[in-house]
Design a protein around this ligand. Structure first.
Ligand code: C5P
Length: 220
């Protein structure tokens, strides 16, 4: 039996994670947040005391990276070895370092093998896989490919709401910097051919979920 990829790409603050998780839950599918793997790798590089801007050091860390990611939408625990890094990978020091780690092509290839293996072995009919390059690189043949977008100011406001301790300006600046750095590696701001766009700028959470469910129902 093959497991379908439901590929969802989009920038930070587009609602990608919460929407993907809700859709997976609703349809009884698995859920894979690929960003958390890159975050866990950035954490791992920092934990080794290595420089996240040093491609060789990052590749060495990626070659010895015992990450454990679950596919249950209700259990987003991420471990590196025995260490539970679920909270730590959301800290600003990791968010600030992750783009540098994700920029190394050989690292991306290794991580993509991990994603494809996880999905192929998943005990689900389909897995909602969210990230930046799922529709284009990881699973270009997926039956459902969606780009979830939202206007930059809406994305910054949403992220500021999640990170209540930081000012809206700080969040907007960090988001902008990460978008610029990430989009130099993969274009996740424009849809590739055949990819459905769902723009959540004027949609609330429930409406966005419904829009994504409608695309899945139409295509799968
Ligand atoms: O989705 P999230 O914001 O948690 O992703 C963290 C980082 O991981 C992104 O800023 C990007 O650098 C990297 N990433 C990536 N490709 C993916 C998913 C995430 O390069 N498919």
């Amino acid at each position: 039996m093959t497991t379908d990829f439901i590929a969802i790409d989009g920038p930070a603050g587009s609602g990608k994670s919460s929407v993907s998780k809700a859709v997976a839950r609703k349809l009884g599918f698995g859920y894979l947040d690929t960003g958390s793997a890159y975050r866990a790798l950035a954490w791992h590089v920092l934990d080794r005391g290595a420089d996240t801007a040093d491609a060789d050091a990052v590749l060495a860390a990626a070659s010895d990276f015992p990450v454990r990611l679950g596919l249950d939408p209700d259990d987003r625990t991420v471990r590196v070895g025995e260490t539970d890094v679920t909270q730590a990978i959301r800290e600003p020091r990791v968010s600030g370092a992750v783009s540098g780690v994700a920029r190394v092509p050989a690292v991306r290839e290794q991580v993509n093998v991990l994603f494809r293996t996880l999905v192929a072995e998943a005990p689900y009919d389909a897995v909602v896989v969210e990230g930046r390059d799922i529709t284009t690189v990881v699973a270009p043949d997926a039956p459902v490919r969606i780009l979830l977008t939202a206007a930059p100011e809406v994305r910054a406001a949403r992220r500021a709401g999640e990170l209540a301790r930081e000012s809206a300006e700080t969040v907007a600046a960090a988001l902008h910097k990460r978008d610029a750095s990430d989009s130099a590696v993969v274009d996740f701001l424009n849809a590739a051919e055949g990819v459905e766009v769902v723009d959540s700028t004027d949609l609330d959470f429930t409406q966005t979920i419904d829009a994504v469910l409608a695309v899945i129902e139409r295509l799968r």
